[in-house]
Ligand binder design. Structure first.
Ligand SMILES: [Zn+2]
Length: 546
C-alpha cells in the first residue's frame, strides 16, 4: 500500500510538472510608459503613498524583474521611433525611423551593431504584424498621443520619418488593427474613416458614450484633435482614462479565439518629462500604473496572457531631490511631496487657464490651481510673457509662442524640490516588469534585441520575422522582374503600374488595396514606398496576380 501511495504521489508530481511545462501563451500585452526613467516610477509611488498612506505599492511592483538596454542604431540615447522599433522588429534603427532598417552612420564606427547597407530603408515586419498574418491574432493599440505618433506607429507602420503622418496614418488604418483607442481625430481623414466603416469598424470621434457602449469588437475610438489630455487635466466626461481604454480594448480583443496582441502606451509621461513638469509626470505615471493593474488582473485570471511593462527610453534626468533646494537630502516627505500634491493641473493646463484670465486675477487662479502664492517677481514674469494676452489672436496662434508655457513650468518647478538635468531623452537602461504564465519569464538585464526575441518566442512565431519581411516587404524590382513596370507621380502620390500580357496591376503606397484590371484586391499587409530609393516594398505574392 505504501508503495502504491508513493507511486501515486510520484505520478501526480510528474503529471503536474508536465502540465506546468505545457502552459502556453495565447495573448500578449506590451505596456510602454514612454520616456520613463526609474525615478518617475519612484516619484509616483511616493506621491501615492503620501496621499494614500495605506497604498504602499504600485500595480507594477510585484512584477518588476529586470532592466533593458535601449538605444538607436548609431547612438546610446534613442527616441521612441528607433527604440520601440527594436522591440517590435529586433533591429535598432536611426533617430526618427519607424520599423525600418537603418542606413549606416557616415562614420560606421558609430553604429552600435554592424549595419548591412544593402538593406537600408527596408521596412521590417513587426511582431504584431506577424502575429496577425501568421497566427491570426487580433491586434490592439491604446495610446494617449495621436495614433500615428512614433510608438504606436512602430507597431504597425513603416517609414524613415516619424513625422510623416500622411504615410503612417493610412498604413495604420489599412493594417488590420482590430482596436485603436487614442488621440488624433484631426489626423483620421474622411477617406480613412470611410474605409474603416466599410470594413465594419465602429468609428467614434470625440464620442465617449459610443466608445463606452459599442457592442461590436472592431473599433477605432479617437479623442481630441491630436494628443489626449494629461490625466491631471482630463475631463472624464469627454476623455476616458488609460485604464478604461485598456479595459475596453481587452474586452473586445479577448473575444478572438486565436488570442490577441495589445500595445498600451502611457504616451505623455514622456511629454511631461520634456516639459520638466513633475506633477504631470507623476499623474500620468499613476494613470499608466492603473492601466497596468487592468492588464495584470486580466492576465492573472486568464492564465494564458503574457504582460510586459517596459519604457522605450529615459527622459529628463528627473530626480527626487534637487540642489535648487538647500539641504535637499534631509527634506521630509511633507516638504518633498506636500507642495506638488496641491497641484490640480499640468503646466500646460495652467497656461490654458491663464490665457483666459484677466491680469488682475492671475495670482488668484495660480493659487487656486497649484496652492502657490505667486511672488511679485513671478507675477511680473507671467505678465511679461510675449504670448500672454487676451487680444483677438486665435488660441492656436497664441500657443505658438512657448514663452508662457515655459515660464509657467519654471515657476511650478521652482516651488518643488524635484530635479531635471535636461528637457530631452537620456540613455540609462529602463525597468522591466513581466507576468509570464510559462516558466520562460524574462528576468535580469537584457538588450532591446533580446526583448524582441522574447516576444517572438512567446508568440510562437513559426516563421522568422526576417523571412516574413522578405515575403511581405519585397522590393518591386525583384517581385516584378521580367515584367514591364513604371512609377509615375499622380497628384503627388507615386503610383506603380505593372503589365503582363492583358493584365494590369496598379499599386499605391500606404494601403493594403491594389487594383488588378481595375478591380480592388485586398492584401494581408500594407504597401510601403520609399522615395529615397524610389522603391515599392510589397508582397511577393502580387506577382501571381498577373
Ligand atoms: Zn519615447
Amino acid at each position: 500500500m505504501k508503495k502504491i501511495t508513493c507511486f501515486l504521489f510520484l505520478f501526480l508530481f510528474i503529471g503536474n510538472s508536465i502540465f506546468a511545462q505545457e502552459k502556453s501563451i495565447k495573448n500578449v500585452i506590451v505596456m510602454i510608459p514612454d520616456g520613463t526613467s526609474l525615478s518617475a516610477l519612484s516619484a509616483a509611488r511616493w506621491f501615492q503613498r503620501y496621499n494614500h498612506p495605506e497604498i504602499t505599492k504600485l500595480n507594477i511592483d510585484p512584477y518588476l524583474c529586470g532592466t533593458i538596454l535601449t538605444y538607436s542604431s548609431n547612438a546610446p540615447i534613442g527616441d521612441s521611433a528607433p527604440t520601440t522599433s527594436c522591440y517590435m522588429t529586433g533591429y535598432p534603427s536611426r533617430a526618427g525611423w519607424v520599423s525600418t532598417y537603418p542606413t549606416a552612420d557616415s562614420n560606421p564606427n558609430n553604429d552600435i551593431l554592424p549595419v548591412d547597407t544593402s538593406k537600408a530603408y527596408q521596412p521590417l515586419m513587426t511582431v504584431m504584424e506577424a502575429a496577425r498574418i501568421t497566427r491570426n491574432k487580433a491586434l490592439g493599440l491604446v495610446v494617449t498621443c495621436e495614433f500615428p505618433h512614433a510608438t504606436p506607429a512602430d507597431c504597425m507602420a513603416h517609414s524613415y520619418s516619424r513625422s510623416k503622418y500622411e504615410w503612417l496614418a493610412p498604413q495604420m488604418v489599412h493594417n488590420g488593427i482590430d482596436v485603436v483607442i487614442g488621440g488624433g481625430v484631426s489626423i483620421l481623414k474622411p477617406e480613412m474613416k470611410a474605409f474603416l466603416e466599410k470594413e465594419g469598424y465602429g468609428v467614434f470621434l470625440n464620442d465617449i458614450t459610443h466608445f463606452q457602449n459599442y457592442k461590436g469588437n472592431k473599433m477605432w475610438a479617437l479623442f481630441k484633435d491630436t494628443d489626449m489630455s494629461y490625466d491631471i487635466d482630463r475631463n472624464p466626461a469627454e476623455e476616458p482614462s488609460l485604464a478604461e481604454m485598456t479595459q475596453k480594448a481587452i474586452e473586445k480583443l479577448s473575444q478572438d479565439e486565436d488570442g490577441f496582441v495589445l500595445m498600451v502606451e502611457g504616451s505623455k509621461i514622456d511629454w511631461a518629462a520634456h516639459a520638466n513638469d513633475a506633477a504631470a509626470i507623476i499623474s500620468d505615471m499613476l494613470s499608466f500604473d492603473k492601466a497596468c493593474g487592468v492588464a495584470f488582473d486580466f492576465a492573472e485570471k486568464n492564465g494564458e496572457t503574457l504582460v510586459i511593462v517596459v519604457p522605450d527610453h529615459g527622459n529628463s534626468g528627473f530626480s527626487i531631490g534637487s540642489n535648487k533646494c538647500p539641504q535637499y537630502s534631509t527634506l521630509t516627505k511633507d516638504e518633498l511631496f506636500g507642495p506638488i500634491s496641491k497641484f490640480k493641473t499640468s503646466a500646460d493646463g495652467l497656461v490654458r487657464r491663464l490665457q483666459q484670465t484677466e491680469a488682475s486675477k492671475l495670482k488668484e487662479v495660480v493659487l487656486e490651481l497649484t496652492g502657490i502664492e505667486l511672488s511679485d517677481r513671478e507675477y511680473q514674469q507671467l505678465l511679461e510673457c510675449a504670448d500672454y494676452n487676451r487680444s483677438s489672436l486665435t488660441n492656436e496662434e497664441r500657443m505658438k509662442g512657448s514663452k508662457l508655457t515655459k515660464t509657467a513650468a519654471q515657476i511650478l518647478d521652482s516651488h518643488t524640490c524635484f530635479g531635471f538635468t535636461t528637457g530631452g531623452h537620456t540613455g540609462e537602461e529602463v525597468f522591466l516588469a513581466v507576468l509570464d504564465p510559462t516558466s520562460n519569464r524574462m528576468t535580469g538585464h537584457h538588450t532591446n534585441i533580446e526583448l524582441n526575441q522574447y516576444l517572438r518566442q512567446s508568440l510562437g512565431l513559426q516563421q522568422s520575422l526576417e523571412s516574413l519581411t522578405d515575403e511581405y516587404f519585397a522590393k518591386h524590382t525583384r517581385v516584378f522582374n521580367g515584367y514591364t513596370y513604371t512609377i509615375t507621380t499622380q497628384e503627388n502620390v507615386p503610383v506603380l503600374e505593372v503589365k503582363n500580357k492583358k493584365n494590369k496591376l496598379v499599386i499605391r503606397p500606404n494601403t493594403n488595396i491594389v487594383l488588378i484590371n481595375g478591380q480592388e484586391h485586398a492584401l494581408n499587409s500594407v504597401v510601403v514606398y520609399v522615395d529615397k530609393n524610389n522603391t515599392f516594398y510589397l508582397p511577393q505574392s502580387l506577382r501571381k496576380l498577373l
